[in-house]
Write a protein that binds this ligand. Structure first.
Ligand code: B12
Length: 221
């Protein structure tokens, strides 16, 4: 299993906090050239470093400006990686993924879209704070096979529940996957309240989920 050494991680993290975009980009490029699996790159480098940024910010050891800078760099790096990986062999399905109304965290949803593409899906990434009515309109237009909703902050739970209810009333059968740190303690219970609503907490679990026969036609052969 591919790993990122502690030394490399630390170098990346220090460059991220110092705003050294070029150096972070070079580290990511080296890992890409070594064909690191994308989920490992995302979780063990980018997610891990952003969680560490959050911990330092919470303890007042890092400014909001530095946190914004680290986020902007990370989003730039995701855009560097995206054109370099090949979409998996098409499964002929598409997904719509966005963050719920008022939810400003969007990095996790972007990673989810990339993992969907790696697994042969077409994925539409809507980014942060998607108004429920707009989400419904977009689903109407794209008729996806899965809808993904991201929620990082617990106080956005009413927004998530409103969105699930609105989607269910307009589209009774489309599976909804939910994820994000705001669901870490209660995601499974929230999911159980809805029909065909699934809580998925990691990119690895997402990959396993997409491998189910109903989502991966190759499994039906
Ligand atoms: C960057 C950041 C911001 C940025 C976001 C900008 C952007 N472009 O996204 C800004 C400045 C907007 C922000 C604002 C706030 N933030 Co903030 N933020 C962060 C930070 C540092 C990084 C977030 C991130 O990118 N993480 C990396 C991604 C990859 O991780 P992830 O989101 O968990 O996603 C993974 C999984 O959860 C999962 N996943 C996520 N979504 C989905 C969806 C589906 C369908 C699936 C299957 C899986 C899945 O897959 C991803 C890959 O594994 C975190 C720290 C942290 N621990 O994450 C705090 C953090 C999330 N923020 C926090 C807080 C408190 C806030 C504010 C309330 C601060 C304030 N007082 O204003 C506001 C709330 C804004 C709002 N209304 O949403 C807290 C949340 C605590 C909590 N759970 O309640 C955290 C944890 C910081 C902390 N340690 O306290 N924040």
């Amino acid at each position: 299993m591919a790993i990122i050494s502690d030394t490399l991680y630390e170098a990346y993290f220090q460059n991220l906090l110092s705003g050294k975009r070029r150096q972070t980009s070079e580290i990511v490029q080296t890992l890409m050239n070594e064909q690191i699996p994308i989920p490992v790159l995302y979780e063990k480098l980018m997610q891990k470093s952003m969680y560490q940024v959050g911990d330092l910010w919470e303890k007042n050891q890092l400014s909001v400006a530095t946190e914004h800078m680290a986020t902007a760099i990370t989003e730039g790096l995701l855009n560097q990686v995206y054109p370099q990986f090949e979409r998996g062999e098409s499964v002929g399905k598409c997904a719509v993924v966005g963050s719920v109304e008022k939810e400003l965290h969007q990095v996790g949803a972007k990673m989810v879209c990339d993992i969907l593409e790696l697994n042969g899906w077409e994925a539409f990434y809507l980014g942060a704070s998607t108004p429920t009515s707009e989400m419904i309109g977009f689903i109407e237009e794209k008729r996806p096979d899965i809808i993904g909703l991201s929620m990082s902050i617990y106080f956005n739970l009413p927004g998530l529940e409103k969105m699930i209810a609105a989607i269910r009333s307009a589209f009774p059968d489309i599976p909804i996957i939910i994820g994000g740190q705001g669901l870490s303690t209660n995601g499974t219970q929230i999911a159980k309240k809805g029909q065909k609503v699934y809580y998925i907490s990691t990119l690895e679990d997402l990959t396993t989920f997409l491998d189910k026969p109903e989502f991966n036609p190759r499994r039906q052969r």
